[in-house]
Design a protein around this ligand. Structure first.
Ligand SMILES: NC(=O)C1=CN([C@@H]2O[C@H](COP(=O)(O)OP(=O)(O)OC[C@H]3O[C@@H](n4cnc5c(N)ncnc54)[C@H](O)[C@@H]3O)[C@@H](O)[C@H]2O)C=CC1
Ligand SMILES: O=C(CO)COP(=O)(O)O
Length: 333
């Protein structure tokens, strides 16, 4: 039987642990907070992140990261992008010498511009081919409810991609495999920024045409940046590209979309962020993504607009005006 450790007892770490358990994988979740771990162990629930949801009894939990990882074939990382490097450093050699390390995270590190798989390989000093990424239209709440969904497991080593896919192949969760780690990670990280923009438009009272424009031109930005970084452009037509973009930009369950909505309604960004107990990754990653784009001379006007509103005090009205008065040109990807 495959053994997995899931490091991070937040909403996606917990829901993905359920997927693994339902697929027949033995799974132990590591959580920082004893009360969360106790609740998973004793009540088979994680009410802070998945309220009113019962987890399988086979999902175990511990606060001891080394114990969670001992003998694991898969070590799954489900924390926030900007805390990954410090966490990995603090954990020491828990990843072992053979386990496949699986990233669930959707962000780009501030300062370095690294994708999560790059942070993992560099910080842990492991072969990048040991790192797999799972990304797709996977709102944790819906997956916890066992609604049908699909995702992409990307890894440079196809045998490892197959092994991860087998370990999470549950009745309601269909994993596809891919070798395009760059494309799958860029799709997951940048769609959060587009979801902020679509949320802002919705919050301003704008309708479906505006959302469709931002989603479609957002996909063009994702494709341009990803291609410049070496991704296969067709990846962005798939689950980890267009699929995740559509789900996140349309769902009220999305934290990024929700933050955008509140910004569009005129709430100050500090107030919104202070009221959230979960992180909307696009809020930070919009800056690292824009920096990456500038480094590669890729135009990303929507990402720049989001950075303007979230970090530079530009109003949503001025941003909309600026986006709409850009010079006319041929439609390009
Ligand atoms: N929630 C969702 O529907 C999905 C989330 N993701 C991605 O998965 C990643 C994790 O997201 P969620 O589980 O939703 O986040 P969350 O906010 O629900 O949970 C994050 C977990 O990390 C822990 N944590 C926070 N700071 C930490 C630190 N400094 N060191 C160690 N642990 C820390 C928290 O205690 C919590 O257990 C993000 O990159 C997100 O974009 C991907 C797909 C779906
Ligand atoms: O990545 C997600 C769905 O695929 C979750 O999006 P949010 O982080 O915006 O909630």
């Amino acid at each position: 039987m495959t053994r997995a450790a899931v490091l991070g007892a937040g909403s996606w770490g917990t829901a993905f642990a359920q997927v693994l358990a339902d697929a027949g994988t033995e799974v132990t979740v590591w959580g920082r907070r004893p009360e969360v771990v106790r609740s998973i162990e004793e009540d088979h629930a994680n009410p802070g992140y998945l309220p009113d949801h019962q987890l399988p009894e086979s999902v175990r939990a511990t606060t001891d990261v080394a114990a969670a990882c001992e003998g694991a074939d898969l070590v799954v990382l489900g924390i926030h992008s900007q805390t990954l490097r410090d966490s990995l450093t603090g954990w020491g050699a828990v990843l072992g010498s053979e386990a496949t390390v699986v990233s669930l995270m959707k962000g780009i590190e501030l300062g370095t511009g690294q994708r999560m798989s790059q942070v993992i390989a560099e910080t842990a000093g492991i072969d990048p081919a040991r790192v797999a990424v799972v990304s797709g239209p996977n709102l944790a709440r819906e997956i916890a409810e066992r609604q049908p969904s699909a995702s992409v497991v990307a890894c440079a080593d196809s045998a490892r991609a197959d092994a991860v896919a087998e370990a999470c192949d549950a009745r309601y969760f269909r994993p596809y495999t891919s070798a395009d780690v760059v494309g799958v990670e860029i799709g997951g990280a940048v769609k959060n920024v587009v979801a902020l923009a679509v949320g802002m438009a919705r919050g301003m009272g704008l309708g479906d045409n505006t959302s469709a424009m931002l989603i479609t031109r957002g996909l063009a930005e994702i494709t341009r940046l990803g291609s410049a970084l070496g991704a296969d452009p067709t990846t962005f037509l798939g689950l980890a590209g267009a699929g995740d973009l559509v789900a996140t930009c349309s769902s009220t369950l999305s934290r990024n979309h929700s933050v955008g909505l509140r910004l569009g309604r005129g709430e100050p960004v500090e107030e919104i962020l202070a009221s959230q107990n979960q992180v909307a990754e696009g809020v930070t990653s919009c800056r690292s993504i824009l920096a990456l784009a500038q480094q590669h001379q890729i135009p990303m006007p929507i990402a720049a607009a989001v950075v303007g509103v979230v970090h530079e005090g530009v109003s949503v009205e001025a941003t909309a005006e600026r986006l709409m008065s850009r010079v006319r040109k041929a439609e390009q990807y």
